[in-house]
Design a protein. Structure first.
Length: 327
């Protein structure tokens, strides 16, 4: 299988996919497209851009995910994103949290396809990089494929050609954001069908994808897979999938982690605490002998003043002698 654009990506995840996380994921998956946490258009235009749009050049290709529902503000924020070196602007039409609903953006926009289309058109006019949409199948207990397809058609008519489909509904009342990622049933067949019926569109599927085998199976029906929590809790899966798609070499976990050392030491020299970076690598030895000891060493030590790369080496060593290190 050729490694095409959008074939593998890591989902935008609030409080997780910050710049430190993306640098680590780039080492694991050199060809994957990475996404920022969602940033509201107002924050981009009026907030601390140095913090909100922090990006190491090594991360590219990386997309900026925006939240919002005002076409003019979204266009302005998209322009700022392009100026800051992002390769794509993605509009969030999938987040179901109460805060998002109160601000009239995220998943509630599935009910307003014309507004989404206007927003997409404004952003496309403002930038030269791709504008994409991440959406759900619908909201609450809707079970109407034709309504979902009409949403896709309306937004596609505004110029969007790439859709990341989280293949379940968003329930806007009664479920937490975590429950919204687990309770509404998955309908991958809707993503497959929209691709089959609209072959001119690029359709990537997201939601509940947890194994290499699942990912490759989805790619028989769609253009891409977007990994979410699986890429974070088991980051080696991301590396294995990138290698499988590209024909690249699968590298040992310790070797991949040690490749992060120059970045870590550079950040420490600038005053960054190790804990802010270490939290993103805790799952690297998931399911492996010594994996628990690895997490324990980092979790207990990374928050301490002066913690440095020595602690990471201690954690790696713990994977080779888990019984002794846990004693």
């Amino acid at each position: 299988m050729n490694y095409k654009e959008n074939v593998l990506s890591v989902a935008p995840m609030m409080d997780w996919t910050d710049s430190h996380c993306r640098v680590f994921h780039r080492l694991l998956a050199p060809r994957a497209r990475l996404y920022t946490e969602m940033v509201h258009a107002n924050a981009v235009l009026q907030g601390d851009r140095a913090r909100l749009l922090a990006r190491d050049p090594v991360e590219n290709p990386v997309a900026l995910q925006l939240g919002g529902s005002d076409p003019a503000l979204l266009a302005g924020a998209a322009r700022v994103g392009q100026e800051h070196g992002f390769d794509e602007i993605n509009l969030n039409v999938g987040c179901p949290s109460d805060r998002v609903q109160a601000g009239r953006f995220g998943a509630c926009l599935m009910k307003e396809p014309a507004l989404v289309a206007d927003s997409v058109a404004a952003m496309i006019a403002a930038v030269d990089i791709p504008v994409t949409v991440k959406c759900r199948l619908g909201v609450d207990e809707e079970n109407d494929y034709d309504r979902f397809a009409a949403f896709i058609d309306t937004v596609a008519a505004a110029g969007c050609r790439v859709f990341f489909v989280h293949a379940r509904n968003a329930w806007l009342k009664g479920l937490s954001p975590k429950e919204n990622r687990e309770v509404p049933p998955l309908r991958y067949d809707w993503a497959y069908r929209i691709k089959r019926e609209r072959p001119q569109l690029t359709i990537a599927v997201n939601g509940g994808i947890a194994t290499l085998e699942d990912s490759l199976a989805h790619l028989q029906h769609t253009d891409g897979v977007m990994l979410g929590r699986a890429a974070y809790h088991d980051p080696y899966l991301l590396h294995r999938l990138d290698a499988a798609l590209s024909g690249g070499e699968i590298l040992p976990r310790a070797q991949l982690l040690r490749a992060l050392r120059p970045y870590v030491e550079s950040q420490l020299a600038q005053g960054m605490a190790l804990k802010h970076i270490a939290r993103h690598v805790l799952g690297l030895f998931h399911g492996q002998p010594g994996g628990r000891a690895f997490r324990q060493v980092l979790s207990e030590g990374a928050h301490r003043p002066g913690a440095d790369w020595t602690l990471v080496e201690q954690a790696i060593a713990a994977t080779r002698s888990p019984l002794r290190s846990a004693a």
